[in-house]
Design a protein around this ligand. Structure first.
Ligand SMILES: *Cc1c(COP(=O)(O)O)cnc(C)c1O
Length: 359
């Protein structure tokens, strides 16, 4: 049976990448060692690391003169703390737009830090996060940064335009990283947990403007210090070698698909396939407002939680896996990351149509 994995993360990876990992597993580049065994100080790994870094910046059309990339651990969640620790050095004030669960988590963690004022400028919580909050019309210029969450993994919303501001713009891009294109140079820092759209769990990407590295806080513990980590090519301690290797392969795969803009076009086609069905369905609907819809995570439901559960169970038996919505919102959720094929989405829609007709 063909199966499709709609999980929100850890999530589907390109099959050709997994096959290459399998092929190279016992003997990496004629070393007679596995990638799981080689030293992070070896030339073999340094080559992988530099390749991943260069490909990533090229795919984002960012200059290596202006931007650096860190390959870290601790998940996007550790960045909720590292970011303010490193960057809130001038005004000790930071601004957040609250667009969903993960931005609320980022706010909560920043608020734990001493000597830091965390201002939540706008929130869509009153609308149950079914849209993106309005941007503030004017933003005071006394913030160290403005933080947004470009794609709200649980609620299924995404930013389709960016706030225009002179304040450094920082984004948690975990769930639409390289899946929805942005003018990446508008951002000063972009971070993403890799397990949504790039690599296995255990790797976090931080893309940061080099100019900011000059201004980070002094005397931070080294493992929390962007500047110290950047100086050592993310290898202050042992970096996640295997995850970086898979990330490099996924980036090569993404190049073969035509890059981020081409991937976005494919993702638009995939998402439209499901949204078009949901918009005409009499059984299923999505709560998300049209202007804010995510390409990556699509929550939907019926009016009856027992029916939702029945759909999830039967879909799973038919090879359509991990469609259960997040426990905070219930219903169903289909995550259509880069590695999900159009065929997978079509199979899902065919299944949902047939289910509806049987009702
Ligand atoms: C999954 C997710 C996180 C948490 O990521 P971890 O890597 O598990 O810490 C944070 N932000 C967003 C938008 C996410 O989707």
């Amino acid at each position: 049976m063909t199966t499709y994995n709609f999980a929100a993360g850890p999530a589907v990876l390109p099959k050709t990448v997994l096959e290459q990992v399998q092929k190279e597993m016992l003997n990496f580049k004629n070393s007679n060692m596995s990638i799981l065994e080689i030293s992070h100080r070896s030339d073999l790994f340094t080559t992988v690391y530099q390749s991943a870094k260069q490909r990533l910046l090229a795919l984002m059309a960012l200059s290596p003169v202006d931007y650096d990339v860190l390959f870290l651990q601790g998940g996007a969640t550790l960045q909720f703390t590292m970011l303010p620790l490193n960057l809130a050095t001038k005004y000790h004030r930071v601004a957040y737009l609250d667009s969903g669960h993960w931005s609320a988590r980022a706010i909560e963690e920043a608020a734990k830090l001493k000597d830091l004022t965390v201002d939540v400028l706008t929130s869509s919580e009153d609308n149950h996060y079914t849209n993106i909050p309005e941007f503030p019309e004017v933003l005071e210029d006394t913030y160290d940064y403005l933080h947004i969450t470009t794609n709200n993994t649980i609620e299924g919303t995404a930013y389709w335009s960016l706030p225009e501001t002179k304040t450094p713009l920082v984004a948690d891009m975990s769930s639409n990283f390289l899946g929805q294109t942005y003018p990446y140079e508008a951002f000063d820092v972009i971070y993403a947990g890799a397990q949504k759209n790039l690599a296995p769990a255990g790797l976090t990407i931080v893309v940061i403007k080099k100019a900011l590295l000059q201004q980070t806080a002094d005397n931070l513990p080294s493992m929390l210090d962007y500047t110290a980590l950047a100086k050592k090519d993310s290898a202050l301690n042992t970096p996640p070698v295997f995850q970086i290797y898979v990330a490099d392969l996924v980036l090569q795969w993404l190049e073969q698909q035509g890059g981020v803009a081409a991937m976005t076009a494919i993702n638009q086609q995939k998402a439209a396939c499901l949204y078009d069905f949901l918009d005409q369905s009499k059984l299923f609907h999505t709560p998300v407002q049209k202007t804010a819809r995510s390409l990556m995570n699509i929550p939907f439901l019926t009016d009856d939680p027992a029916v939702d559960q029945d759909v999830i169970t039967k879909a799973s038996a038919a090879g359509l896996l991990n469609l259960k919505g997040h426990r905070l919102v219930g219903g169903l959720r289909a995550s259509l990351y880069n590695a999900m094929s159009l065929e997978g989405v079509q199979a899902l829609v065919t299944f949902l149509k047939a289910y509806e007709q049987r009702q």
